[in-house]
Design a binder for this molecule. Structure first.
Ligand SMILES: [Cu+2]
Length: 374
């Protein structure tokens, strides 16, 4: 960006010299070609332009990030028409999709970032891709195995696609990984999973959560089992995003909040609705299929020693509304300061330019030995 102004700067200085008629004596030239005040201020305007050039994209990026902040932590309802945002994090939001077998999933892919992303869906079910692969190795995998979808979505772009899952490409409880094959986006975490449920639409509910071993979290830590009839069957696909073993254990009574100190003794007399061991290994999955007896809020947690205390729990909202998503204040505050900083940079640039143009109005002191008179 700074190349443009620098080029025009050179043209302004060189122009009069190039056009100087050959008949004019050399010592006349400095007097006749003395820069006008505005031309003298040109370098300062260019300096201000550089400051502006630095400040503007930063400000744009900051406001952009605020706009695309994904609603982390909340489950999506089971629908066949699904909106997926592609962000510069880089990430998919949501990263977990589901559709019943023998259904068509209408995907609306919206790139809310400033970089191109792809939605590339692996053809091989239940086969997590290796995040330590290089971009070349990732390309080699898709070249060798093909893909169910491979869509490039440009910055600000929007693409619709229909994906049909039947006995040909999905035999049942399958999970297909989707990634961005733009170099280093998959490696930076741009991956998600499309899960095929065997639950017929309308007969039950299906949700997804994943466990993150490194920071002891369920993502999301809120599941929405939006049903009007009870009891209802709920299927939760749990995906391990880390290397540690975990459990997905649902408290049998609604509106009971256990603590790390009392959950073990509580479960002795109140067996969980379900408790599944989440297999170790990044991308490993297990289904938790259970029946929710009545509406209410059901806590779920990990029973591995120390994990609950470290924050590994969440809540399943069954037939009751999920509370609104909390804002993400930390990033907003940081980005607010970036905006303010950019504004200050812009102000300094304008101030420098104004001052320089004012100072530039005064002619320089005449050189010694050369009077202004002939
Ligand atoms: Cu755990």
């Amino acid at each position: 960006m700074s190349g443009g102004p620098a080029d025009s700067y050179t043209a302004v200085i060189n122009g009069p010299q190039v056009q100087t008629p050959s008949g004019i004596s050399v010592h006349d030239a400095p007097v006749r070609r003395r820069p006008t005040p505005w031309r003298r201020a040109t370098p300062w305007f260019l300096a201000a332009l550089v400051v502006v050039a630095i400040g503007l994209p930063t400000a744009a990026a900051a406001s952009h990030v605020i706009r695309v902040a994904p609603p982390v932590g909340y489950a999506h309802p089971l629908v066949n028409e699904t909106l997926v945002n592609l962000t510069d994090t880089p990430a998919y939001s949501p990263a977990y999709l589901s559709t019943p077998q023998n259904s068509t999933l209408e995907l609306h892919l919206v790139n809310v970032g400033m970089y191109t992303h792809t939605f590339t869906l692996s053809k091989i079910p239940n086969h997590p891709l290796n995040t330590s692969w290089t971009p070349t190795e990732l390309d080699a995998f898709f070249n060798a195995n093909g893909s169910l979808a491979n869509l490039s979505v440009p910055a600000g772009g929007s693409v619709w696609t229909n994906l049909t899952f039947n006995a040909t490409n999905s035999a049942g409880f399958d999970s297909f990984e989707f990634v961005s094959v733009v170099p280093y986006q998959f490696q930076a975490g741009m991956r998600g999973f499309l899960n095929i449920t065997s639950t017929a639409p309308g007969l039950g509910l299906e949700e997804n959560t994943s466990v993150q071993g490194s920071s002891y979290l369920f993502i999301p830590d809120v599941l929405d089992a939006n049903s009007s009839h009870f009891p209802v069957n709920v299927d939760v696909l749990v995906t391990n995003l880390g290397d540690f073993a975990h459990t997905f254990t649902v408290v049998p009574q609604s509106n009971v909040s256990l603590t790390p100190g009392n959950y073990s003794s509580y479960f002795l007399t109140h067996p969980p609705l379900v408790s599944v061991n989440v297999p170790t290994g990044d991308g490993a999955t297990v289904w938790a299929n259970f029946t929710v007896p009545a509406s209410g809020v059901y806590e779920y947690l990990c029973q591995v020693s120390g994990h609950f205390a470290a924050g590994m729990f969440g809540y399943l909202y069954a037939g009751v509304p999920v509370p609104p998503a909390p804002p993400a204040p930390s990033t907003a505050i940081v980005e607010g300061w970036v905006l303010i900083g950019s504004g200050i940079l812009l102000g300094i640039g304008i101030g420098v330019a104004a001052l320089a143009s004012f100072v530039g109005r005064f002619p320089p002191a005449p050189p010694s030995g050369h009077g202004g008179h002939p």
